[in-house]
Design a binder for this molecule. Structure first.
Ligand SMILES: [Zn+2]
Length: 83
């Protein structure tokens, strides 16, 4: 997807491969996921993920929902290795 036209904006943005940290409130706890491979529009900043990354993120959120800690932090690569 690197170098593709942004599917979100009409600004003529281009998607650039990056490694991001995702932080989100999920069911009352903070979930932080490091090293998420994503494609970011250089104009509007929209984040686009590969389908398998989207699925893995959903797995992380589902897993985090079963964790009792207020904050769940993981590296995406470590999560995949553990599951
Ligand atoms: Zn865009």
């Amino acid at each position: 997807m690197d170098g593709m036209a942004c599917p979100v904006c009409s600004l003529g943005g281009t998607l650039r491969a990056q490694s991001l940290t995702e932080a989100r409130d999920h069911e009352g706890r903070t979930v932080v996921i490091h090293d998420v491979p994503a494609f970011v529009c250089d104009r509007c900043g929209s984040r686009v993920y590969d389908e398998h990354i989207t699925r893995t993120l959903e797995d992380v959120y589902a897993h985090a929902a079963n964790d009792r800690a207020e904050m769940y932090v993981v590296r995406l690569g470590d999560f995949k290795a553990a599951s």
